[in-house]
Design a protein around this ligand. Structure first.
Ligand SMILES: Cc1cc2nc3c(=O)[nH]c(=O)nc-3n(C[C@H](O)[C@H](O)[C@H](O)COP(=O)(O)OP(=O)(O)OC[C@H]3O[C@@H](n4cnc5c(N)ncnc54)[C@H](O)[C@@H]3O)c2cc1C
Length: 412
């Protein structure tokens, strides 16, 4: 039986949710205050991370923690003023990153990631977006032999446990694979399964166009105007109030602004991140994660996109892009990247949960209200499978994976 659904938030997660619902014949309105794919899903590193079976843990190694506390490096930055408010959630995140708990989270995370490519693939075809995607994987590069050995050992263990493909490159093989490298590195781990996207925001927009072709409607509006009605839910848009039987909250890093209004205190936080494009010289041929530097360089349509690690701050606090400068100082030693494209770096925020798993399922105390957010470091990867899971939950039929580990009720 068909139903009607308001999907709030047109990032990768909301757009894929709406597309799955529309392809199943439901009446869907996708609502965003901007257009589709203009926030976090626009500015990421564009890697569909099939290899990311382990969610991103809070570092526990003493040397990394010391570096963090001193505020050094490009991988991490924080706003001192935000720390007292964020501390309880970061502490829970830290506790859940204990190896045993992290292993448990990995089991559930891997079950979603397993479907990353197989769920993107039909949507890419439906959206005619093959021109944006290359099936070339990405490389993690290491500067010294010990770090390479450790990275290669870890990669081998993960690859064997989860059936992933990878190759280890020594210094010479890496220099051949990336001829624009300006200095010798110890080598790299090449993850061969991931796909890379030359314009992540454009991929979301193509999925949104596929949604419209499937009969879905895209509306501009403020999700915080959501209210319960006799029939279900209604939200104000520029085209007037739109109502439907179901509503899905997919507001990524802003999800809490709405869920709080309905009385839910979910343990969410954000890790902000920045990017800037560079052109004029020659960068890597495929995306490259500089493990020691804590940044990614990805060749994209606008130039080589440099993306940074995590910044702990309030989601809408003014930008403090110090990590971009630190990362650029390191990146330009590796590649000739002379000209920044944008006057100022772009800023986004990874929507995180304290247990490193996304929140996908029914709102505990409101009928026909659904949550789909908290995809942290891999929301671009997980949008399609999360969207499918959400559509299947709304239909009440069998689901692509067991939804229990992602249920909002797990937070009590
Ligand atoms: C630097 C960086 C690099 C990353 N690299 C990768 C990567 O390589 N691979 C990967 O898988 N993931 C990556 N990620 C993570 C990924 O980008 C996110 O997990 C993902 O984009 C989250 O998608 P989303 O749809 O949940 O949120 P968003 O894309 O942020 O979408 C939320 C939407 O809600 C809308 N919205 C907010 N408030 C309102 C309101 N009141 N009313 C109406 N609309 C509203 C916004 O306009 C926005 O469109 C990276 C993130 C960063 C920051």
């Amino acid at each position: 039986m068909t139903t009607s659904v308001l999907v709030l938030g047109a990032g990768m997660v909301g757009t894929c949710t709406a597309l799955h619902l529309a392809l199943r014949g439901h009446r869907v309105t996708l609502v965003d205050r901007k257009g589709p794919g203009q926030e976090t899903s626009y500015g990421n590193a564009g890697i569909i991370q099939r290899e990311a079976v382990q969610p991103y843990a809070f570092p526990r190694e003493p040397d990394v923690l010391a570096k963090m506390l001193l505020g050094q490096g490009a991988a991490l930055h924080y706003h001192w003023g935000a720390l007292p408010a964020l501390a309880p959630r970061l502490l829970r995140y830290w506790c859940n990153s204990h190896p045993e708990r992290h292993a448990a989270a990995t089991r559930h995370y891997a079950r979603l990631i397993e479907h990353a490519l197989s769920e993107h693939e039909p949507l890419i075809r439906a959206a005619g977006a093959e021109d944006l995607v290359r099936q070339v994987g990405y490389r993690v590069v290491y500067r010294d032999a010990r770090a390479l050995q450790q990275g290669a050992d870890e990669a081998r263990a993960v690859a064997q446990a989860y059936g992933l493909r990878h190759a280890v490159l020594d210094a010479q093989a890496l220099a051949q694979a990336e001829p624009a490298l300006r200095m010798p590195l110890a080598g790299a781990v090449h993850w061969l399964d991931p796909w890379v996207v030359s314009d992540p925001g454009e991929l979301v927009q193509r999925y949104a166009q596929a949604l419209e072709r499937a009969g879905g409607v895209i509306a501009q509006g403020d999700a915080t105007t959501l209210r319960a009605t006799a029939r279900g839910w209604a939200v104000r848009t520029q085209a007037g109030e739109v109502d439907a039987e179901h509503a899905v909250v997919a507001l990524g890093p802003w999800s809490e602004t709405l869920t709080r209004r309905f009385g839910y205190r979910l343990p969410l936080f954000v890790k902000r991140g920045y990017h800037r494009h560079y052109r004029g010289g020659e960068g890597p041929r495929i995306p490259l994660l500089d493990e020691a530097g804590g940044y990614v360089l990805a060749p994209m349509r606008r130039g080589v996109r440099l993306t940074t690690g995590a910044e702990f701050a309030f989601v809408d606090a003014p930008p403090t892009p110090v990590q971009v400068d630190r990362a650029y100082a390191q990146a330009r030693r590796l590649f000739d990247l002379p000209e920044p494209v944008e006057a100022q770096p772009w800023m986004g925020a990874r929507p995180c949960t304290v247990d490193m798993l996304p929140v996908i399922g029914p709102a505990p105390r409101h009928a026909r209200l659904w949550f789909n957010f908290g995809h942290a470091h891999q929301g671009f990867t997980l949008g399609p499978v999360s969207g499918r899971l959400m559509a299947e939950l709304i239909e009440g039929g069998p689901t692509v994976v067991d939804p229990a580990p992602y249920a909002p009720t797990r937070f009590g």
